[in-house]
Design a protein around this ligand. Sequence first.
Ligand code: PLP
Ligand code: ZN
Length: 423
Amino acid sequence: MDSKLHCIYCPREYLLLSGKNTCECGGLLDVDHSSTLESLKAGDWLKQVADRWGAKSLPDSSGVWRYRELILPGFPEEGIISKGEGNTRLYDFPRLTEIARVEKLKFKHEGENPTGSFKDRGMTVAISWAKRLGSLAVVCASTGNTAASAASYARSAGMKAFILISSERVAMGKVSQSIAYGARVIKVRGNFDDCMKLVSEHASDMGLYVVNSVNPVRLEGQKTIIWELLEQLDWKLPKWIVVPGGNLGNTSAFGKAFQELYSLGILDIDEIPRLAVIQASGASPFYKSWKRNFDTRFVDQARTCASAIEIGDPVNRSKAMRSVVFTKGVVEAVSDEEIMSAKALLDREGVGAEPASAATLAGLLKLRSAGTIRESDTVICVLTGHMLKDPDATIRFHTEGDSVLANKPIVIDPTLPALKSVL
Ligand SMILES: *Cc1c(COP(=O)(O)O)cnc(C)c1O
Ligand SMILES: [Zn+2]
């Protein structure tokens, strides 16, 4: 396999098979595909990828492995642990296009992956790779979705999964998955950042392979959200791609996906869509840092109803910075109220998403008001997780709050007059 691991800070390089997640200098590692990017004929590759759409069997039918030449070049097909992830829908919700007052708005629903979040796109690669490295067990800190995905894919690979989640701040749907899929679920009396710290500092020493988004191989799978999207758009490039930002793995992967298309000569620099990264204001260290031209690093005591992005110290900060700079992106923060109102609007379209995903619509509305995103722009929002991941948040909004968007169920006696009185 030609690809190497390359430190983003220092000149150090490692073999992919070293299984490293971070450099000796402490820096994050990139999977460096330079040799493939040089030898790959862009046109031929795009055609090959396009021909694989609609394949009936794996790995071609996977929305991740379809792009395998630029994920893990040369990886043996029989080693792939896949559930046919990706191939997610791109929705049009005309009412929301109208509300946002933009030229075109579409929603790429990554909640339609096998375990209900985009995490599966990264996990299929991370777990296949863990197996190749001979790992017997994987570990992750999680706000819930990474855990569900790791539990699922580890099970398929015949590996153990150890899951560290906050004992309080995790959505029910997500925990239930990890438990049911057979992972060892460890509830930590603390928040996500406490879990992440334990994993970062001690997991490797304990012989566990870390599948958080600090894992560069995992992020390779998440690039395919962008590639699949652009194919679905017949390469008519949007102006903006809006994504929630938590641990900033997607932000990092999206930038790399564009960087590689640029290296292949498929996109010009000024065609590249701009990333709009949306954080919850109660967990917005990246937003604060962006406000100061990234000259200061912030760490929040994270608190938000959007559990998937309740992260105060994102591990991928430096890669994400690079993505924002490369795409001339922006970072915005939205309140929990804005998130839940946006979620209500989105849910009413009949598909819905979990709170963190709705942060994209909230962010879009805010960036429209500010004039950053213009009426003539075309916009894609990436919905990261399934609506049923966090039913508590939905029910709470509709039954306890006083929002005009609340849709409170009515309770009646089992009689005809009672029924008639409410119809
Ligand atoms: C993990 C997750 C996020 C955060 O993504 P990052 O890549 O860590 O920024 C957002 N939404 C959902 C639903 C998630 O599961
Ligand atoms: Zn280094």
